[in-house]
Write a protein that binds this ligand. Structure first.
Ligand code: HEC
Ligand code: HEC
Length: 411
């Protein structure tokens, strides 16, 4: 059960508490402490929001979480650079595209062997590596994840947790941190750093901010909007197993219990996207970002079958993004869609050609890992075959993806 579904299952119980409060089996006294804990969550959410937007969390004083995760772009960068600048003087850049944070809160913890709930699929099938935060799933919770940018030399570049805490202790968030986590908080830098991570995590679970489910597609699912003809054609192509087959990984239908779809199954899959020459690390021909098997992730390096695998992102708010895929190699949504149907039938459009005129397909993956690359529909076919989607059909899929942007107001 994903946290989201868990919440859906548990929330009615919580709300039903007053009626059941007489029961001696309940672990809390009467009345239940729910109002106080709600107020605390609200206060931590406000603190987490303030921290998320504050560049004082970085060594340079110029990079906030929101610098890379801009709310106007589904919490992804405002610019179209594949990788973002960071570091003490903003002269270093990352090696991966910044993922959107919208709907990221529902990611299950990483598992090498993931079984869906029976209600949502076949509970007996091992879906393989699934879940976790970041493109390789290496952080199990948002609080572990936040540690990475705060301390990464090419991101917020703090020398240590204590360096962050020392700055915060004399800054505008100190009072709120003390009130919420203890007056003696700053006496213990590790505890204070954990409080910062906690507040950032709680903020990132705020549904109104990160998961409002207010797209046109949500309105359509609720029966309060109609898709245009192009959007509806796109929806069918997205779901048709013989055409786009996108919904196989980017789930588009409500779950058995009625939870709205998140447009990902969180699976880690190798798509063989082209190498991005715009990433400085890629100037070294021996450097490869292999995702699940490293180099950022270090616990599964002895798994050659995991090399090249990256996490399936949610496609909610994808039309707000300006770079696509883990290495940000594409900059238009149309290209991202076209890549799927042309990768195998027109590889020359996506990969470089060598001096002998041979297309260097899967140029971002050493040849020994090519067998990991997914070749089910919409992939597959031989060079020269017709792609599974025509140019007009690709436009329709893009029109459909544009219905996944939050903030739609029904007429
Ligand atoms: C310099 C740009 C930059 C800054 C600043 C930054 N991030 Fe990120 N963020 C990234 C990149 C790049 C990734 C993908 C990392 C990877 O896959 O290894 C990422 C990934 C994430 C993810 C995982 C999302 C998912 O769906 O798996 C979360 C959550 C996140 N960042 C939260 C934060 C928070 C909280 C802060 C502030 C403490 C922050 N980020 C600051 C660039 C940034
Ligand atoms: C086999 C599973 C699978 C199928 C089928 C699939 N995708 Fe994906 N999708 C992924 C994975 C995995 C990634 C990330 C891969 C990477 O970055 O290396 C991704 C990334 C994307 C992105 C980039 C999102 C971002 O935030 O950068 C878009 C857009 C996208 N897919 C659209 C589609 C469309 C449209 C289809 C159908 C034509 C489709 N996908 C079919 C697994 C799948």
């Amino acid at each position: 059960m994903t946290p989201f579904r868990l919440l859906r299952a548990v929330l009615p119980l919580l709300l039903a508490v007053p009626a059941a409060a007489q029961s001696p089996a309940l672990p809390w006294p009467d009345p239940p402490p729910i109002a106080a804990s709600r107020a605390r969550v609200a206060a931590i959410t406000t603190l987490g929001r303030d921290l998320f937007f504050d560049p004082a969390l970085s060594a340079s004083g110029r990079v906030a979480c929101a610098t890379c995760h801009d709310p106007r772009f589904g919490f992804s960068p405002a610019n179209a650079e594949a990788v973002q600048p960071g570091g003490a003087t903003l002269e270093q850049v990352g090696t991966r595209a910044v993922p959107s944070l919208s709907y990221a809160q529902f990611s299950p913890s990483f598992s090498e062997h993931y079984y869906e709930s029976d209600e949502d699929g076949d509970g007996s099938v091992d879906a393989g590596p699934t879940g976790g935060f970041t493109w390789d799933g290496r952080a199990s919770r948002a609080r572990d994840q936040a540690r990475i940018p705060l301390l990464a030399p090419n991101e917020m570049a703090n020398a240590s947790p204590a360096a962050v805490v020392t700055r915060l202790a004399s800054g505008p968030h100190a009072a709120a941190l003390r009130t919420l986590y203890g007056q003696d908080l700053f006496a213990d830098p590790d505890r204070a750093f954990d409080a910062v991570l906690d507040a950032l995590e709680v903020f990132q679970q705020d549904q109104a901010t990160f998961a409002p489910f207010t797209s046109k597609y949500d309105a359509w699912l609720r029966g309060s909007a109609q898709l245009t003809a192009a959007e509806d054609r796109g929806r069918r192509l997205f779901e048709d197993p013989g055409k786009g087959n996108c919904a196989q990984c980017h789930i588009s239908r409500p779950s058995g219990s009625g939870a709205l779809p998140l447009f990902t199954d969180y699976g880690l899959v190798a798509l063989g996207v082209p190498r991005n020459v715009a990433i400085p690390a890629n100037r070294d021909p021996g450097y490869f970002d292999l995702g699940l098997c490293g180099p950022e992730r270090r616990d599964l390096t002895d798994h050659p079958d995991y090399c090249g695998l990256f996490k399936t992102p949610s496609l909610r708010n994808v039309a707000l993004r300006r770079s696509f895929f883990h290495n940000g190699v594409m900059h238009s949504l149309r290209d991202a869609v076209a890549f799927y149907v042309e990768r195998d039938v027109a590889p020359q459009r996506w990969y470089p050609t060598d001096a002998h005129g041979v297309v260097r397909k899967f140029d971002d993956l050493p040849e020994r890992f090519w067998e990991n690359v997914n070749d089910e529909p919409p992939f597959g076919g031989e060079a020269g075959d017709a792609p599974r989607l025509s140019p007009a059909e690709i436009d329709d899929v893009v029109a459909f993806l544009q219905t996944l942007t939050d903030g739609y107001t029904p007429r």
